[in-house]
Design a binder for this molecule. Sequence first.
Ligand code: NAD
Length: 359
Amino acid sequence: IQWEKQVRNSAQIHRSGGMLVLVTGSAGFVGTHVALALKKRGDGVVGLDNFNNYYDPSLKMARKALLNSHGIFVVEGDINDAKLLAKLFDTVAFTHVMHLAAQAGVRYAMENPHSYVHSNIAGLVTLLEACKSANPQPSIVWASSSSVYGLNEKVPFSESDRTDQPASLYAATKKAGEEITHTYNHIYGLSITGLRFFTVYGPWGRPDMAYFSFTRNILQGKPITVYRGKNHVDLARDFTYIDDVVKGCLGSLDTSGKSTGSGGKKRGPAPYRVFNLGNTSPVTVPKLVNILERHLKMKAKKKIIEMPGNGDVPFTHANISAAQKAFGYRPTTDLQTGLKKFVRWYLQYYGYHHGKRVN
Ligand code: NAD
């Protein structure tokens, strides 16, 4: 009873025409920001996360506390738990699912390949089954990844470009997710939007990502490892600031269209869409380090090595015209500005004062 009450309270809508959104992966980096943004504009939001220990669980607990303080309840559970999902859909008539729960990171796949299959394939199917059986059937917006472009060398990447050369198991599971969601769309009439995020960064970010671990190591006086591509070419990423990605997520939720249910043909097909959410201005990794050094007022001890063949791709660069056309997506934060905000958050969160940790 207590659980149901918490779920229902969290799902209260505070604007006319508001949505009821289940946010999976809500204790994660992107999930926290998306859940907060939805709540702030008056939508009903319930979170779901299994709080796995892929990275610092205390950061996930802190994000959860932040969500709780804004009236968002985070259910602790796994997207592979069909019973739990059925109970959630019985308790709240979700209109939308923002599916962000996944095993992220390209390198960790070499250590723990099965966690990718568990969350990104088996978990995705369990979630889609629950959406299929729910009444009403929610529209689904989910996080794919720029990694599906793999070793594609034609830049910028457009949604119709080839995605048949994944460079990591992570990329392969995201690509599989695109095929699986497409199938659920045309067989069962589920409305699906896949968002290919490009290296998202910002406050409350992920400790396993380079900008985050570089910041930590620079502050602690430890060396950082900077990968370089073949023939001494610098790696480059289309770093995309979290607030821009959140705007893209909300824009795609708002335009996502209704699921039509199986045999949906009678009422017209439910939409299946895929969008790049990038920044359209790639920055090299050495340049990223320079910006961090400037914001931290400290020098990095760089160890430059050739990129090992462990899943990274040499560069990413998004063409964002499809998202721009569909929901006015227009990123506005450059890396310099976004990293300033990240560094400010980092220093505060980890208790730094004038470059020294004080608590
Ligand atoms: P994150 O790891 O911070 O968030 C994912 C959350 O999902 C975590 O809190 C984790 O505990 C939860 N989770 C994982 N498996 C689960 C399961 N089986 N059941 C329930 N919860 C589970 O990652 P993020 O950076 O916030 O990424 C969000 C989504 O965006 C992921 O799907 C990721 O693959 C995708 N993505 C992220 C980036 C990026 O740069 N951050 C880029 C491309 C794609």
